[in-house]
Design a binder for this molecule. Sequence first.
Ligand SMILES: [Zn+2]
Length: 407
Amino acid sequence: MKFSIASPAFFLFSLIIAANAVSVPVLPREGKSKGRGKGGHRYGGEYGSDGVGGARPAPDSEDWTNATAALIELHKNLCEIPSIAPNELAVGDWLATYLRSKSFTVEKQEVARNRNNIFAYLGNKNRTKTLVTSHIDVVPPYINYTYHPNGTITGRGTNDAKGCVAAQIKAVEGLLTKGLIGEGDVAMLFVVAEETDGAGMIKANDLGLTWDSVIFGEPTELRLSLGHKGVLRFSIEAFGKAAHSGYPQFGINANEDLVEALHILSKMKLPGSDLLGNSTLNYGIMGGGTAPNIISPYANASVAIRLAADPLLVRALVNETVKDLPVTLTWFERFYGPQYLDYDVEGFETRAQAYGTDIPNLKGSHKRYLYGPGSILTAHGNAEFVTVTDLVKSVEGYKALIMHTLP
Ligand SMILES: [Zn+2]
């Protein structure tokens, strides 16, 4: 059932329900952040929170209701504009107008024709200590935005990553309103193409800016990320010889060679790490052959390895494994190793992720934090969702992270 959020009575009612509901599966805790480095955050939460990932808003407060309504409205507007890469123009234009209406200085950085990153800051200082960033592109297909009465919001991008975008903006706005940040403290960058080739974040390097800290937004279930795996990809080909299938002795079956090689590769013991677990190998695409009655002359597959160890070491092991097999490997030029992130902020639960992000695409020696509402387990699926509770908590989480990064 679809509800309109236009009715204030319904809205207040559903916010109260949402604040008290536990509507997402709670995954087991993997530990608390250690608070190494600077120690705890100094932002206590706008509504008397008792922690950050776990900020508990008071659902009877008028401030809370208004702030939450504004957050939901922003999130709804972002999600209702389709932005499947490479068609991010409309959502970027809308976002630029919104940010200007909130008195931010906004620059559009052209990544390709009709594809813009949105970069926003206060006043004239585009050089800031901290950057908060996420992505405005989404994966296909478009799925309608729907606000459900239990405080769950479904639809494409509600979770990955427009939940992060909306929460990051509201965190910056909230800190600004309270006079806790000013010019030169925080900039916001919302990029295109994260879901495809990372062209948006790669282009952001051309801004010529550096930051002390960058807070990346991706769904982490409100946990501060310890790190995430890297990616290595290769294609593998087998070249055979066509013959009548009644006389296989006169041909060479490329399908057979490929399947054999993939089987051996999938049984390899790949190195991992204590933090990120095992490296894993997936052959996601296979093709080969021409007809059932022809010995296959050609076969190929595309393989991705989620890396929990040194990419060069893993590459060498794979090369060694196939060196005597009748297949040809071609490594993709672009790859990155495991990303070890900063988590020196008290009060957050922590976890490592197996997915990839834009983090390695932004060059620099900045501290790197990764945090956001929603679960990666529902991102990219047909049932993608985020809860109002998570969105609200993540605003508090982002505020705490931003304040932690400012001296
Ligand atoms: Zn994402």
